[in-house]
Design a protein around this ligand. Structure first.
Ligand code: FE2
Ligand code: FE2
Length: 375
């Protein structure tokens, strides 16, 4: 596509053939030569024959943020304002008076060429701040939101919390601010990383529009199935490593004992979900509920499941300690290596599993039940 642009010499308006001009009803891709002779922009009196060819680089569109522009030093000040009028505040914040007459003649030049004229030293900072100001609102206010809620909105954010060891599964109800405070982590640094994550990676599997049945089906077919396949396999491996290497590595004996208990608890836990809680949640979805179940409100079994999730979370922490953060010694046998790799995957899957139940499924089930029973 032709990306040539034309600049108005009177007001520095830029016509971009790639974009057309939605304000004046010009479709994207309309070449400058095809514009009607009577074409005008705003209050400017310039006629179309007065425009000059503009040499500044194209703005790159950020597909992730839904077409919001991301800026570079190749973009001109005018072009940035055309697309993003609020950029004026960012320039002002850096002491650049964009309304100053001395900038007028260079407004259509790439900003990197304006450096000396503007007297700006840190252009990178301006560009970074411009891009940061385009990001979804993850202001300091987001610190008041819970970790679980933030991950429910975009599952990719879990990676950021993992980097800072912030527990979004069992600790998902804690606010980001409080979690940072408890862990001695800088809230602003986490917010910046979250912004970066939102910008670089598309929102993943937020389950925003998923029905209760979809959620339960998803949890059973992925996480419960995973546990059914992996728990027996890992139990055998843990027993074998403890038996063969326990004398020189007593922590592996403790690990095997701990894992056996965790396995039993998880088997009972998933059974309760599949036999009692999930069938009720599916019925909530069909709106066939008009009065509370035998166990009372759904929040009662949910509290019990959440307490069991907490226990599983504590077991994971202990397993992580006993395996030195899922590392096997240099001379470890194949079973030991397989055990450690399997435990690490289990940790990851179980935390996602608990997050989906605690922060997405359970709150939704409570609110649907309240609505149905109140109606
Ligand atoms: Fe579950
Ligand atoms: Fe569960």
């Amino acid at each position: 596509m032709n990306t040539q642009k034309h600049v108005c010499p009177l007001c520095d308006y830029i016509y971009d053939q790639t974009r057309g001009d939605p304000v004046y009803g010009i479709a994207p891709g309309t070449s400058f030569d095809s514009l009607p002779e009577a074409f005008r922009h705003g209050d400017c009196t310039a006629t179309i024959d007065m425009f000059e060819t503009c040499t500044c680089a194209s703005l790159a569109f950020d597909e992730v943020t839904g077409g919001a522009p991301r800026f570079s030093q190749k973009d001109s000040i005018q072009e940035i304002f055309d697309r993003y009028p609020a950029a004026i505040d960012v320039f002002k914040m850096h002491g650049v008076d964009v309304e100053d007459g001395c900038l007028f003649s260079v407004r259509h030049l790439p900003i990197e060429e304006c450096t000396e004229l503007c007297g700006v030293e840190d252009l990178d900072k301006i560009v970074n701040d411009l891009n940061a100001s385009l990001l979804p609102d993850l202001s300091v206010q987001s610190g008041k939101r819970s970790l679980g809620e933030l991950v429910a909105e975009n599952a990719n954010r879990a990676k950021v919390f993992d980097e800072y060891d912030l527990d979004y599964c069992c600790g998902g109800k804690v606010s980001l601010e409080e979690a940072c405070c408890k862990n001695g982590v800088d809230l602003e640094a986490v917010l910046l990383r979250l912004q970066e994550c939102d910008r670089l990676e598309p929102t993943e599997n937020s389950f925003d529009n998923a029905s209760l049945t979809d959620l339960v089906d998803n949890i059973e077919s992925t996480h419960h199935k995973y546990l059914k396949d992996e728990l027996p396999r890992l139990e055998k491996l843990a027993d074998k490593v403890a038996r063969v290497h326990g004398a020189r590595a007593p922590q592996m004996v403790e690990l095997a004992y701990l894992f056996r208990n965790l396995k039993e608890e998880l088997v009972q836990h998933t059974l309760k979900e599949e036999m009692v809680l999930f069938p009720y949640i599916r019925r909530l979805d069909s709106e066939a509920i008009t009065r509370p179940a035998q166990f009372g409100a759904v929040v009662n079994p949910i509290r019990c499941m959440e307490a069991e999730h907490d226990d599983a979370g504590k077991a994971l922490v202990k397993i992580r300690q006993l395996t030195d953060d899922y590392r096997a010694p240099g001379d470890a046998c194949g079973s030991w290596l397989a055990l450690v790799a399997g435990l690490e995957s289990l940790d990851k899957d179980l935390r996602t599993h608990i997050h989906k139940e605690n922060s997405i499924l359970f709150p939704k089930a409570v609110s649907v039940e309240e609505r149905l029973i109140l109606v």
